[in-house]
Design a protein around this ligand. Structure first.
Ligand SMILES: [Fe+2]
Length: 258
């Protein structure tokens, strides 16, 4: 079974379209999304519709939650973007009530956690605070008790998003970037891992290319291949710059991948 893992799209339609085309070229059985479809970027409506059409399911991310309800602990640019995204979705529901309501309903029904194939625990943040907690690469060395508590919360492997940094946490503990294992990480029985596919629409590992992963799983074991995908960053940046409610920085950071 080949499962494409996408996450943290953040209303970046050019990035999402490129990633989906790349996934189609490689051939997968299903696509799942680990949350944050919206927030930050210029195309919330189009991204929700595309995820709803193409993904088997998506999780509730902190930005999806913030746009629907209350953007708590957001910086001012993120908060303003959340209110603007909500206004766009509400406007969409006014212009086309049936489609618009179905779209809002889709967002409202996003789940907080999914146990995929009874093996892979999927959450946006961490298993102990599924929507909001960050598991940063530095935590592997700086926060042993946090790592221990989080690893205690699942059995085989955990799939997360939220930090926008692709890689694998192992129980040593350590964080391994894809370059450290040539892009494909093989899961070994008895060794728990946490996998982050990185972000489609706002990478933060100093590589501006869209990031996602393909999980290959079967009776013989499982492996995760990390993939990067060039997209037209400038189009997204220019759209952001043209919307007064979206801070210019939200566009500029995409050029640097941070
Ligand atoms: Fe995010």
């Amino acid at each position: 079974m080949r499962t494409a893992l996408i996450s943290d799209i953040h209303s970046n339609l050019p990035a999402l379209e490129k990633v989906l085309a790349d996934i189609d070229r490689r051939g997968v059985d299903r696509i799942v999304c680990l949350g944050d479809i919206v927030g930050y970027g210029p195309d919330p409506i189009e991204c929700v519709d595309l995820v709803a059409a193409r993904c088997e399911w998506s999780l509730m991310g902190n930005h999806d939650f913030g746009v629907l309800y209350e953007p708590t602990n957001f910086n001012s640019a993120a908060e303003q973007a959340a209110y603007w995204s909500r206004a766009r979705l509400e406007e969409g529901a006014r212009l086309d009530p049936e489609k618009g309501r179905r779209r809002l309903d889709y967002l409202n029904r996003l789940r907080v956690r999914v146990l995929l194939d009874e093996r892979f625990l999927c959450v946006h943040g961490t298993p102990r605070r599924p929507i909001n907690e960050y598991l940063f690469p530095d935590d592997a060395t700086n926060s042993p008790s946090k790592m221990e508590q989080i690893f205690d919360r699942f059995d085989v492997a955990c799939l997360v998003g939220h930090t926008h940094v692709p890689g694998v946490f192992i129980d040593d503990p350590d964080f391994l970037r894809p370059a450290e294992f040539d892009g494909t990480y093989r899961l070994e029985e008895g060794h728990k891992v946490i996998v982050n596919p990185g972000s489609v629409g706002q990478p933060r590992d100093l590589d501006p290319r869209a990031s996602y992963a393909i999980l290959e799983s079967g009776d013989a074991g499982a492996a995760v291949e990390f993939v990067r995908c060039e997209y037209d960053v400038r189009t997204t940046v220019e759209k952001i710059h043209a919307i007064p409610e979206l801070h210019d920085w939200l566009g500029d950071r995409l050029y640097e991948g941070r």
